[in-house]
Design a protein around this ligand. Sequence first.
Ligand SMILES: [Zn+2]
Length: 189
Amino acid sequence: MKKFLIFCMAVGGALVLGDPVSAHDAHEHGVAHLNLVVDEQEVEIELETPLANVLSFEHAPQTDAQKKEVRDMAALMRKADALFVFPAQARCELAEVSLDSDAVDREMLASGSEGAQEHEHDEDANEARGHGDLDVEVSFLCRDPGKLNSVTVDVFKVFPDMRRMDVQMFTPKGQKAAKLTPESNVIQW
Ligand SMILES: [Zn+2]
């Protein structure tokens, strides 16, 4: 009976939201979701966060000050090796960072985008909702993956409005969930 109920809730939730991928994405200020995948030399990190955790607003930037705030935030995210710190012996190097948001144009999130063009496309839906998210994808390559067994998440230091991260990790040791806070910011496996 219990299993059947859970099945119905899962199916019902997916039908109502029309998008099973985002069915779990509760938008709660202060909280972010982090997926960590360690596959031999490669580390993939996906961080999904409300914009409120990294900006003082959640809509498309309108004033010059807001545009500067977005560019400064994007620049900090691109320095992802200061946000996610691996053991030095694992010799990990940042490979790629990509930023995406339902509220802020991709051009604004790209590096060195002084003359970013404005687009109208997704602003209406977003403003009706009043909330926006940021999706950060980071990959690292580690030359000595045998020494790779932890990552220190310093996102909390750089973005103090981030108060908690719900972590799902897939590592050579298996799948595990964890919660991180500014006081407890190390993922180990
Ligand atoms: Zn919000």
